[in-house]
Structures are given as structure tokens and as C-alpha cells.
Write a protein of this length. Sequence first.
Length: 451
Amino acid sequence: MPIVIPYRRVFRHLPQPALVLTPGDRLADANDAALTLFGGRSPSRRERLDQVSAALGPWLCADVDAFCRSCDEARTYEKEHQGFGQSPRYYRVRLARLESSDARLGVIVILTDITERRRTLEEIARLAVIVDSSDDAIVSIALDGRILSANRAAGRNYGYDPEALRGMSIFALVPDGLEGEMHFIFDEIAAGRPVSRYETLRRHSSGTVFPVSVTYSPIFRDGRVRAISAISRDITSRKRVEGELQRTNENLNQLIEETVKALSATLEKRDLYTSGHQQMVSRLSCLLAGRMGMNAAQVETVRIAGLLHDMGKVCVPMAILSKPARLSPGELALMRQHPETGFEILRNIPFPWPVGLAVLEHHERMDGTGYPRGLSGEDILPEAQVLAVADVLEAMSSHRPYRPALGLACAMEEIGHQAGATLDREVCRAARALVDEHRVSEIRGELTLCP
């Protein structure tokens, strides 16, 4: 006796695949959606029904048989279907009796594809595991400051159970006095601007305040910022290491400074003139480097190199250093060894700047006529080029054993003449500017500097 299906038109046009199975799991009918999805491309409806039966009959038969033996009027469950050589699909299967009192008349099966929802839930679960296993505290915050979610690391870092954090105000974790900083973050996020690696402080449940680095990101929904994601890392250990490194660096700098003073004092004990010359060259070099816009490391290089640039003269006999006449060729050759000697003395001192190289090259000249290596142009260290101009300016402006001071005007005239030839043009311009600005002047025949 043929099965009369009520509401056949509704059945045919259901958006989900729907089947009617009679006792023995024989396919009695399938709607258009089922035929399209599982029935292949044959123009014959009969052949397409056979295809649907082959694809779904074995997959459903055990479930349908168990349902028919039960007293249930309907049953819903989820099940994976291997598909046709493609990746698996997931369906919600709905079984219902054609007649509630007797399943022998047949069972109607409605399939709803839940693959994307299932995969989305699996992805959410995977991400949730990643978030919860992170060592960084990850919380989401409503725009009114309420904590919406928190991972286990957040609980550990802040001393709360993650469940207890949910619903708390983020301001409960902000130390007193930093509320304005948090309001600034909220304003930035509300405008859609993320804030990366922001270093601040947070408060533990015990009251202890500790440093953190936080990245805040807006959470959008429907094109609007709806919440805030905050990923924070406890940087207590890093700050401790940074503090230790800073103290070590300060100690090293202090050691270097004491070493420089000791070397300078050694030269001063031997030759008061040379020591005074080095101190003035150091100060002049700092003024020149600052006027040229050199960075702090370069300024520190010329400061120390200026104090030590004539260190190699400790190996020059005093009779030559204080000779009140021009030096002989042999004496001049011996004097010209002092940059290399100074470099050898300084090379094993762990300066964080190229002090030794600046000392070695302070008598090199732009046209290659200098010594000891005859370097020229850009091959000469910029700091050494500064020392060269400062050395000439101080030497010509001051007394020498073999001549009286020539004066600042004469020194500037010579520097102007040598600019771009033997001396670096930019350093010479800086020297002229310092004189014009009265930061370098001459009072009663002595060179005077004004920082």
C-alpha cells in the first residue's frame, strides 16, 4: 500500500534535506534539497533517489532501527557523514514517526548541516585551550571596566580565582594614583587605537604592586568597539635584571671615569702643560660635538679621548716636550709616535666607545697628510676629526715652550684656511659658530669657554 505523505508540498520545499524511510530502511521519498545534495547529476528522479538511498541508507539504518524499536515520538542527535571523497560533514539528524502511534508506517528524517558551526566551536575550543595555557594574563574587559573573562594565568598573576575575576572592575587591579592612566587607555581603545607593550603597575590581591607590560586591543562587533582585550606579562624579573644591569653599568662607568682620572693625573704629574692642554681640548671637543648635533655616545667619546689624546707623550723625553725651539727631524719623528703609543696604552681598557681609535687618529688630516697612517676623508673617525680641530684651536691660542700664544683670532684664521683641506669643513663651521656665539672667547690672552 503506497504511503500517503501529508503536506507533500511543504516536505518537497524544505530547505534541509528530508527523507522518508519505510520499514526495512527502504527510501520512500526525498525532497528537492536531498536530491540536490546526495542524488548526483542524473536527470532521472528514480536514479537520483537510488543515489540518495546508497549514500544515506547504510549511514542511517542502525539509528532508524533503534528509533523504531523505541517508544520515542522523535529523536535528535548529531552525526558525522564522510561525504563523497571530501572532508567530513556534520549533520543534526531529526527522526520522527509519520504516525506517532506506529513507527511501522515509516520515519521522516530531516538533516541540518552543522559543519561550519561544529568547526567554529572546535576552533573556539582550541583557542580557549591556547588562551588558558598561556603564561600571560589574558582578560577581556567591557567598556564600563567590568572584566568579562580571564584565563588561568590572570588568576595566578593577580591572586584571584579566574571565576572571581569575572565581574570585577579592572580598577580593582590598578594601584592608587594610576586610575587616570587607565582612563586614557579606555579612551584610546574606544577610538579604535590599540596600545602595545604599555609598561605600568598592577595590584595583587595581597596588596603587592608589581610591574607589567600590557597590550590592549579593541574588540569589534558590527563595526563598533564593544570590549577590550588586555594581554599582560609580569615583568618583575626583567625589571630586576634591568636594575642590576644599570647598577653594573654605573659601576663600570665609574670605574672608567676613575681610570681616566688616574691616567690624566699620571700625565699631569709628569707635565703640567700637557695635562692642562688635554682638559681644554676635551671641553672644546664637547662643545663642538654638541654644536654639530652628535649623539650622546659621540660626545662622551670626544670628552674622554680629549682628556687622553696626548697620553702617548708619557714615552716622549721631557727634553723634547719642553724644548724651547723647533724640533729636529729625529725628535719630530719620535713625537709623532705618541698617537700610536697612546692607542697601545688605551686599547685594553673596555671603553664602550671608540676612545682608543679617536686618540690614534686625532692627527690624521682630510687630505691624507696627517699621521700615523695617512688616512683621509671619511676614513677618519668623526670624533677624531672633532679632536683635530679642538687640538689646533687650543694649541694656537695657548703658549708653547717654543713660542708665545698666537691668540684666538689667529687660530680661527688658520682653521678657516684649513677648512675642507686638512680639517673637516663641518667641524670648522661649528668652531666659527661657537666663537660668533661667544661660547668660545679670549679673556686676557686665555681661551675661555661658555657651555
